[in-house]
Design a protein around this ligand. Structure first.
Ligand code: GDP
Ligand code: MG
Length: 598
């Protein structure tokens, strides 16, 4: 292939605006996927993606398109997730492309992540092609949305194709615009190899597979390659592309996007963002790679079966292969034993990693309540980072505590301005600005404690705006506040995994709610269990779990064996998720009880 006939592009959009559906249509139009193999959101191949209807992982596909100019082009399409927690996936996809198709829902208009993704594309110097989708909907307002794109983003939208990704209407126009407007790659095929590793995964048989964009030079089977950041050297055993089926090739040309396997057994040798070059004729410098993202929330992950501790480490290492935003280090909890403190970009990210560990690696987990990172300033003038509330130094040593603040951008129809402002006020927010996107929609800017956003902000925002508001946020710094550690005691013992850091003014209310919730979640046992919330050793709330009186099986009158079996099975099912904390059996949900209580 001649580089002039290659186009590399991503599809970016706010969640649910139709990226994956557009990718489906493009695969169909280009005959990449036969009709009988077609299914909706084909590229969302992970089980979890299909169940939840969201894209979590980026996906790269090679396709051939015969354009109206009579020439055949080689396109690489990278589908990306839209949720704020997966921005990291998006930024990695974009670094492998020259253009981005920006999909905007004709009925919804620009949302918070539409803007966030545009900024990412601009950071990567990409050509941005706006496309207005879902024009088949009766509520579609394509002209208004065009206006928004021009006014808010500042991109000309006159030429934007008006499409229905669902029916396929005008999708071909999108392909024609990609050919005409997205620049072809311009690497030097004879230069020393520079391949950007934008993703990787672990294959049990072939080791680590690196997904690459060839920026300079080309790579063949048998070539000796070096990962520039880690210095690891290997011989290329296999390479190829996805269509989306895996197709093996003998060579990856300059400008192409594909995969490389080299029997790499050590996951540490491959870092996403690294540059692959030749071992013998190396490039002078690596490509610029990616910005390191720091986790926003932390939680403890503990295997229910403590024998699975090493398996859990292994699973985390493999997941980290293509997710550098996932952090972890070993920690021990008095209540839960040996586990890992893990850092995530947000709650959805945390949830997804947890589920992937359980499904893909078969390890049942207990997750502790998520926490942000606090700065504890001590009386001796030093400062410690606290990502685990139970590790907060003793109050007598603390001068003051600072918490992370974010700048939040909330886009919504104007009729919800009132409820949104009330919510932000209740979450200790500071009003900053309000910008009208058009006559009916606004962008409201608040500064809020990240801890409150992690808590239940997003759910509350969705419910007070009937799902119409969208949220994006970025960390802006730390601010001091009246923060205290609240401990939870079960049967008079502090359960370290249930400690949280709360604002003093909210402590009493939250302590009471947690005690009530735990009372509901923890099954009755042979003895009465007091549940207490305490600050600095002083009890501020209490509820009691009454002792068990009846034997459940007594109800079965001995005769009905199958019913008895069922009951026992049900109890076992419940037990699976239990962890003994001292003398008390505590279910998984209890550790999340400190979140969203009302
Ligand atoms: P993504 O989150 O951006 O990948 O969005 P999806 O492609 O998963 O689409 C989200 C929802 O919008 C799905 O239920 C699609 O069926 C629907 N959808 C996508 N494109 C269209 C369209 O052109 N018209 C209509 N009516 N619905 C669409
Ligand atoms: Mg999708």
């Amino acid at each position: 292939v001649d580089q002039k006939h290659i186009r590399n592009f991503s599809i970016i959009a706010h969640i649910d605006h139709g990226k994956s559906t557009l990718a489906d249509r493009i695969l169909e139009i280009t005959d990449t996927v036969q009709n009988r193999e077609m299914k909706e959101q084909l590229l969302d191949s992970m089980e979890l993606e299909r169940e939840r209807g969201i894209t979590i992982k980026l996906n790269a596909v090679q396709l051939n398109y015969r354009a109206k100019d009579g020439e055949t082009y080689l396109l690489h399409l990278i589908d990306t997730p839209g949720h704020v927690d997966f921005t990291y996936e998006v930024s990695r996809s974009l670094a492998a492309c020259e253009g981005a198709v920006l999909v905007v829902d004709a009925a919804q208009g620009i949302e918070a992540q539409t803007l966030a993704n545009v900024y990412l594309a601009l950071d990567n110097d990409l050509e941005i092609l706006p496309v207005i989708n879902k024009i088949d909907l009766p509520s579609a307002q394509p002209d208004l949305v065009k206006q928004e794109i021009e006014n808010v983003i500042g991109l000309p939208a006159d030429e934007a194709p008006l499409i229905s990704a669902k029916s396929g209407l005008h999708v071909e126009d999108v392909l024609e615009q990609i050919i005409k407007q997205v620049p072809a790659p311009h690497g030097d095929a004879s230069a020393p190899l520079q391949a950007l590793v934008f993703d990787s995964l672990y294959d049990a048989y072939r080791g680590v597979i690196a997904y690459v964009r060839i920026k300079e030079g080309e790579v063949k089977i048998g070539d000796k390659i070096r990962f520039m950041a880690t210095g690891a050297e290997y011989e290329v055993l296999e390479l190829g592309v996805h269509t989306p089926k895996e197709v093996k090739k003998n060579i990856l040309h300059c400008g192409e996007v594909g995969w490389i396997a080299a029997s790499i057994k050590s996951v540490k040798d491959v870092r996403v963002g690294d540059t692959i070059t030749f071992a013998e004729r190396p490039a002078a410098e690596p490509l610029s790679g990616y910005r390191q993202l720091n986790p926003m929330v932390y939680c403890g992950l503990y295997p229910i079966d403590s024998a699975k501790y090493n398996d859990l480490r292994d699973a985390l290492e493999k997941l980290q292969l293509n997710d550098a935003s996932l952090h972890f280090e070993a920690e021990t909890s008095q209540a839960l034993g040996f586990g890992f403190r893990c850092g995530f970009l947000g709650l959805l990210h945390m949830d997804v990693i947890q589920e992937r560990i359980e499904r893909e690696y078969n390890i049942d987990l207990i997750a502790t309540a998520p926490s942000v990172v606090y700065h504890a300033y001590l009386t001796d003038g030093s400062m410690t980072l606290v990502d685990n509330p139970s590790m907060l130094p003793d109050v007598s040593k603390i001068d003051h505590i600072e918490e992370p603040f974010v700048k939040a951008s909330i886009m919504s129809p104007t009729e919800y301005i009132g409820p949104i402002m009330e919510l932000c006020q209740n979450k200790r927010g500071f009003y900053k600005d309000m910008v009208y996107l058009d006559d009916t929609r606004v962008n409201i800017i608040y500064e809020l404690p990240l801890g409150e956003i992690v808590y239940d902000f997003f759910d509350k925002l969705k419910s007070c705006t009937r799902g119409y508001a969208s949220l994006d946020y970025e960390l802006i710094g730390y601010q001091p506040n009246k923060l205290v550690k609240m401990d939870i005691l079960l049967n008079s013992d502090i359960v370290d995994a249930l400690s949280t850091i709360v604002h003093r003014d909210f402590a009493y209310h939250r302590g009471k709610a947690i005690c009530e919730k735990l009372k509901k979640l923890i099954p009755r046992q042979q003895f009465e269990i007091p549940v207490q919330a305490a600050i600095n050793g002083k009890i501020i709330a209490r509820s009691d779990i009454k002792a068990l009186r009846k034997n459940v099986l007594a109800k079965c009158y001995g005769g009905d064996i199958s019913r008895k079996k069922k009951l026992l099975e049900k109890q076992k099912e419940g037990k699976k998720r239990m962890k003994s904390v001292g003398s008390v059996e505590v279910p998984q949900e209890a550790f999340m009880a400190v979140l969203s209580m009302d």
